[in-house]
Write a protein that binds this ligand. Structure first.
Ligand SMILES: *Cc1c(COP(=O)(O)O)cnc(C)c1O
Length: 436
């Protein structure tokens, strides 16, 4: 039986994140309400001709209603393809290509368009492994990466030359949640690109992991390529790793071919988890996390041991006006997200850092509704102290120079009852206050 094609674009995005593309040409689930998990590394070909057609077509953008010919999992696979449709819907974009992890996706997004001698310009505050991909591995291959502070949207202009091929953005930034004025940066970039041929154009690549597509869709502001770690808010349950590159149709083929040769294909079982549990509940989880985050941020703001609170939903956030412009949910409502950064008071850098450590140790031993762990976007509230954890190798004074507050703490708020998160936080802060 052939399913009637329904124009799913008439429906709202939260609904489409549950149902995906209609009908899904990748799999006949006429009688399954939830698509079955398919795990077969290779596919039977009815004839050599069908094999030839499959090889010719696998990298092409998916056409609605067109039944793909599958050959081998690394080339393309039904569950992964269905997840990709859902992810493209989530970012209101044309194409999505998934990878095994967020870092595999960042690598592909940045490298697929590079040539010998190409250069990259990146915002200075990026995810730690992205930073070491740039400064260690790409550097070894002779790919120059220049860093600038894109909170000044014109700061990259002085670094542009004829070899520049990628402009890399991350906003809100990790861990301080500083925002980039994406619209202005892209406006400046477009002026440069207007004078360049297609093969010389500078691609904008944007890591949107912290906001999730629920809170921000950078393609709307003209960004070419959006990357996500699926491990975070898009998976949402803390059970799986994955990554995705979301772009216009015209880059789809190159990304599929890149994935074919560099590997990094997402496993079907993982794709199924993220599609069935993660994406379909995105618009249920994030609003709840966000409500909690605002309450937690307000509590922290009023606490005498807290020097400052950085949460885009607070009117005291230094870029509050920009946050309201950029961070919007599918209904156009302000969506400041679930990440909070706050700084503990201290007599000096060492003292603040020690307090951060004391607070983490107390939470690790005594808190029930907050867990000391890296990562973000889960049902559980996670907390970490960059000064004594991710950036511990730098002395406190050097951390300050790098923009890391020694007493800075990052929280990814979950869906618990907010008073429980606040009670655990309050007890931990009280404990720190009592230390000498
Ligand atoms: C976690 C994260 C990544 C890397 O994703 P993995 O799935 O861990 O490889 C990239 N960017 C940001 C902002 C992240 O938080």
């Amino acid at each position: 039986m052939v399913l009637k094609k329904i124009d799913d674009k008439r429906y709202s995005i939260p609904t489409r994140l549950i149902y995906g593309q209609s009908p899904a040409s990748e799999w006949d689930y006429t009688h399954h309400v939830i698509p079955p998990i398919t795990t077969s590394s290779t596919f039977r070909l009815d004839s050599a001709g069908r094999g030839a057609k499959g090889f010719a077509e696998f990298s092409q953008p998916p056409a609605p209603g067109h039944q793909p010919i599958y050959i081998y999992d690394r080339f393309g696979e039904p569950t992964v393809d269905m997840l990709q449709h859902a992810l493209a819907i989530a970012e209101e974009q044309e194409s999505a290509v998934t990878f095994t992890t967020g870092m595999a996706a960042v690598h592909a997004a940045v490298c697929f368009a590079l040539n010998k001698g190409s250069e990259i310009i990146s915002h200075k505050t990026v995810y730690g492994c992205t930073y070491s991909l740039f400064t260690t591995w790409l550097n070894k291959l002779g790919i120059k990466v220049h860093f600038c502070d894109l909170t000044d949207p014109k700061s990259f202009l002085a670094l542009v030359n004829e070899n520049t091929r990628v402009l890399y953005l991350e906003s809100p930034a990790n861990p301080n949640l500083e925002l980039i004025d994406t619209e202005t940066v892209i406006k400046e970039l477009n002026k440069i690109n207007a004078k360049r041929t297609e093969d010389k154009k500078i691609l904008s690549v944007f890591d949107n992991t912290f906001a999730t597509p629920y809170c921000q869709r950078p393609a709307k502001h003209g960004v070419d390529i959006v990357v996500h770690s699926l491990t975070k808010g898009l998976c949402g349950f803390g059970t799986d790793m994955g990554g995705v590159v979301i772009t216009k149709q015209k880059y789809h083929e190159a990304l599929i071919l890149f994935r074919k040769d560099f590997g990094g294909m997402l496993a079907p079982i993982t794709a199924w988890h993220i599609m069935v549990y993660g994406i379909s509940t995105l618009s249920l989880r994030v609003p709840r996390q966000q409500q909690n985050a605002l309450k937690v941020a307000q509590f922290l703001l009023s606490h005498p041991l807290v020097e400052k609170v950085s949460y885009p939903g607070l009117p005291s956030f230094p870029q509050y006006e920009l946050a309201q412009r950029l961070l919007r949910d599918y209904d156009g409502e302000f969506a400041p997200g679930f990440m909070i950064y706050f700084v503990l008071k201290g007599d000096n850098a060492e003292h603040s850092k020690m307090r951060g450590e004391q607070m983490m140790n107390y939470i690790a031993q005594h808190a029930y509704a907050i867990t000391l762990a890296v990562s973000l976007g889960q049902l559980r509230t996670l907390i970490e102290h960059p000064g004594s954890m991710t950036h511990v190798s730098y002395p406190a004074s050097e951390q300050v120079a790098l923009g890391i507050d020694p007493g800075g703490i990052r929280m990814a708020v979950g869906i618990e009852a907010p008073q429980d998160i606040i009670a655990d936080l309050s007890a931990a802060l009280e404990h720190v206050k009592q230390q000498v």
